[in-house]
Write a new protein. Structure first.
Length: 130
């Protein structure tokens, strides 16, 4: 179990989060592999090209943002009120829950095995099926 904090003005690249590991992002996280752990993006934090799978979770809090996520194999992303996720791809059992935040240009491939896309009333989402 490892906790990693990416401070404002700092960047992490290529970290793998195994079950029990956590990454708290106030700065920038690039190419994180969330394979059972958790990545939490706080206000002012950004994450890009994250792969969320195998029970891993990503939470985008108010003022945080994520782009170009790939969510599959039991991975899940939660976009909280005030958070923004752009250009995510859900496939093979991945899920995205938009709870008052915004999800822009989420792609759900037609052949994906049971991806899940949940939107709460008051949230904004723009989803496309490819």
């Amino acid at each position: 179990m490892t906790d990693t904090t990416v401070s404002t003005g700092h960047t992490s690249t290529g970290i793998t989060l195994d079950p029990g590991d956590n990454e708290y992002v106030y700065g920038t996280a690039v190419s994180t592999n969330v394979a059972g752990g958790a990545e939490v993006i706080f206000s002012g934090g950004t994450a890009s090209f994250t792969v969320v799978s195998y029970g891993g979770t990503e939470v985008i809090s108010s003022g945080g943002s994520a782009s170009f996520d790939t969510v599959s194999y039991g991975g899940s992303v939660t976009v909280s009120s005030g958070g923004v996720e752009s250009f995510a791809t859900l496939s093979m059992g991945g899920s995205q829950s938009v709870l008052g935040g915004s999800a822009i240009s989420t792609t759900v491939p037609k052949l994906a095995a049971r991806p899940m896309h949940t939107v709460e009333i008051g949230a904004r989402t723009y989803c496309m099926v490819s």
